[in-house]
Design a protein around this ligand. Sequence first.
Ligand SMILES: *Cc1c(COP(=O)(O)O)cnc(C)c1O
Length: 349
Amino acid sequence: MEINRSKGTKINDVDFNSVRFGEIFTDHMFECNFKDGEWESPLIKPYSSLKLDPSTHVFHYGQAIFEGMKAYKDKDNQVWLFRPKDNYERLKKSCIRMHIPVLPEEYFFEGLNKLVSIDKEWVPNKLGSSMYIRPFVFSSSVMLAASPSIDYKFLIICSPGGAYYSKSLSVYVENKFSRAAPGGAGYAKAAGNYGASFYPISIAESKGFDQVLWTDSESHQKIEEVGTMSIVFRLGDKLVTPKTSDTILDGVTRKSVIQIAKDLGIEVQERDITVKELISEYHNGNLKEIFGCGTAAVIAPISSFGYKEDKFELEEINNSYADRIRLSILNIQQNLSDDPHGWRHRIKD
Ligand SMILES: *Cc1c(COP(=O)(O)O)cnc(C)c1O
C-alpha cells in the first residue's frame, strides 16, 4: 500500500470541545479504485476533495453503500475498534445487493488499521468521545448508460467527535411511507435508503416528533426500525426486538445489545411486535422502555410515541436497562472492562 503523508496537520485548528458530528475530518484518507475488472493497489493520501465528471454514474443511478464504525482511545493512548469484522461482513452484503464489487478483506483491514494509526492523534481520549470512521464505495464510471458502473471508488474518511448525547426522542409510528420492502435493499447500508427516508422524517418532524418508527410496508403494523437505528422495547422485565430480515438491517449495536442483555441475565425475544401489542402493553403498564441502538448514539432512549392522532408518554424509570446496557457496551469499547466476547480490535502502530 502506498502511503503519501500530508505536509502538515490541521489538528491544531480544531476546537475539540465544540466539534459536531461529521463536520471536520482528519489529515488522511484511504482510497482504492476498481478499474478494468480489478481493485488497483490501495493508497493512503492527504484528505482532499474529489474531482468528478458531471456524468459520473453515482449521481444518476446511485450505486453507493457505506459503513459506520468508531475508534476509541484508552488511558494508555491505545486505540481500539469495535467488532470491525462485522462491519466488513455487512459491507460485503451491501455491495452484493447493489451490484458493487467487494473490496478484498485484506485491503479493508490493512487500510483501516494504517489510516487509523496514522491519524491516531485525532482520536479523542476523553471518556465517551471517539473518532467516527466512514468507509464507503460508489460507482465512478463516466457514463449515462443505465447499466451497472464499470469503475468504483472505495474510500475511508475519519471524523473526530465528542461524547454523543441524545435527549430522549419522541417517535411517530409511520403508517404511509416505508423505509424498506420485502425483496428490496433495506438490509443493505445503501445511500439511497437514507435519501428516501428524509422526506417522511421531515413530515414526522412537522408533527412535532424527532424520528419515524418504521413499520412493515404491507400492513404498517409490525415495527421494524427507528430512523436509522435498530429498535428495542422493554416489556415487563424482558426485551423484545424484531428479527433481522431483508427489511431490517443487521445492526452491530443491536447484536451487542442482545448479547450484553443476556450477560446481565435479561431475557431477550427476537420476534414480531405490532403497534397493537405496543399500545395494549402501554395501557396495562407493561411497556417500560423503548430505545434505538446504532453506532453513533450506541443507545438512544425514546420517551414517547405517536400513532395516528394519539400520543403515548412513557414514565421515567430509574436504573433503566438502556443505561445499564449502554454503560456495559461503552466500557468494552473504551477498554475499561473485560471483553468476554472478543469484540475489541487493537490498532497496531
Ligand atoms: C446503520 C444502521 C443501523 C445501525 O447499525 P449499527 O451497526 O449498529 O451501527 C440500523 N438501521 C439502519 C437502517 C442502519 O442504516
